[in-house]
Write a protein that binds this ligand. Structure first.
Ligand code: CAA
Length: 379
């Protein structure tokens, strides 16, 4: 019998400030219900200049690491589309910050919001061949569209860290999955820009088309139907996006199952609604949100839809382990989210413009007041 491989632990970090989106709506002359209901976002993480993808990833990873597990990590796969260097992998900085062994592979994986899924699947394949190994998979990003842009309400940021091992405590991944790639210009960020370029409504249509394509292909490959699933989790650039995805397949379920899938979707969007888009980490924050707020039982099947603009989509599945609540630090995560403070729109705009300078030497940044062990204090 082949070894069970999947997610053993999940860590999550987001900075300690947020913007209430009803306030942003008023400031932009929009109806707050457009943001709260139409887009489905309530709060947006505000990223201070003292955090980047590396420090956020370190804060998320620290939550799930012990000295023993650190020494067993064979590979770090860092999914991001807002990395800090075009050459050196964020994973190398991260491995150093965390004090990981030097006989570790450390690589950055890029394909928009799909990067962490690529990392997860590569990690799972690696552990299937090397069952004693542990692989640290990261999805960390800062989602930036620009002040006054249509995408502004869908910004956010943070990091997810997942430990992929044999005999996992949270989720055993099925080996079969369905993926699809096409060269599409729906969202991209050329190297000279700090904000993404996006054809917003087109991107939402491509997302739904890719979901339909991989979901149909997955069913063809496996013979499974919607009746085999307890929950679906989606990449959530904003929560309405996943709601639209679920609505696309819901009519094929029985009335009872439609109700339970909808209840599980509500659980899976709760944390994303209050943090915003994490790009690579969003799908896995949604999974964590389902674990935290849902009522899953061991043995139930969860479907995952990963989407990265440009574009690549993948549908895969996994079986929830009865021990899943041991795989994340519920008290720490709840406290981190509850203890955040709200900023005004003016303060948010100031922080938005206060990015790490690209061309200055010896810049000293203010030391963050945030609840973070890792932060930038200068460069
Ligand atoms: N009360 C309730 N609902 C309201 C409302 C009100 N007063 N006013 C408007 N709405 C509803 C609209 O009816 C609409 O709902 P539906 O989509 O269900 O029809 C919703 O609010 C949004 O309204 P608009 O379409 O008019 O919004 P917009 O044009 O201002 O922009 C957006 C929406 C295109 C998503 C924009 O925010 C954007 O470009 N976001 C970034 C791109 C993005 O996230 N794309 C997702 C797919 S790509 C991806 O997934 C990768 C990634 O992470 C980027």
């Amino acid at each position: 019998m082949s070894v069970k491989v999947g997610i053993d632990q999940i860590g999550f970090y987001t900075p300690d400030q947020y913007l209430p989106l009803a306030d942003l709506a008023v400031a932009r002359g929009d109806d707050p219900n457009k943001y709260l209901i139409g887009i489905g976002q309530t709060k947006q993480a505000v990223i201070p200049p003292t955090q980047d993808v590396v420090t956020m990833a370190a804060n998320a990873a620290e939550q799930i690491l012990s000295d023993t597990t650190k020494s067993e990590i064979a590979m770090v796969l860092f999914g991001t589309e807002s990395g800090v260097d075009n050459s050196k992998a964020s994973a190398v900085y991260l491995a150093h910050l965390l004090g990981l062994p030097t006989n570790t592979r450390a690589i950055e994986v890029k394909q928009a919001c799909y990067g962490a899924t690529a990392g997860l699947q590569i990690a799972a394949d690696f552990v299937r061949v090397h069952p004693a190994a542990k692989v640290l998979v990261i999805g960390a990003d800062i989602a930036r569209y620009g002040l006054h842009s249509a995408g502004e309400v869908t910004q956010g940021g943070g990091a997810i860290a997942m430990m992929v091992t044999a005999n996992p405590r949270v989720l055993t991944l099925d080996a079969v999955s369905s993926y699809h790639t096409e060269d599409v210009m729906d969202f991209w960020r050329p190297v000279y820009r700090t904000e993404a370029l996006v054809d917003g409504r087109y991107s939402t249509n491509v997302y739904l088309k890719f979901f339909e394509t991989v979901w149909q292909d997955y069913q063809r490959q496996t013979g499974k139907t919607i009746a085999d699933f307890t929950a679906f989790v989606f990449h959530l650039p904003f929560t309405k996006m996943g709601r639209k995805g679920l609505r696309q397949i819901l009519p094929t379920a029985s009335a009872d199952q439609q109700a339970s899938l909808t209840a599980n979707f509500e659980a899976s969007q709760e944390d994303n609604r209050n943090v915003g888009n994490l790009y690579t980490g969003s799908l896995y924050l949604s999974f964590l949100s389902l674990l935290r707020h849902g009522q899953l039982q061991g043995g139930e099947t969860v479907g995952f839809f990963s989407y990265g603009s440009g574009a690549e989509g993948e549908f895969f599945s996994g079986t929830v382990e009865p021990t899943y609540r041991k795989g994340f630090a519920e008290a720490k995560i709840a406290a981190m989210l509850d203890q955040r403070t709200a900023v005004t729109v003016d303060e948010y705009e100031e922080l938005f413009n206060e990015q790490l300078p690209n061309d200055a030497e010896d810049v000293r940044l203010p030391v963050g007041t945030e609840h973070a062990r890792y932060y930038l204090a200068g460069r």
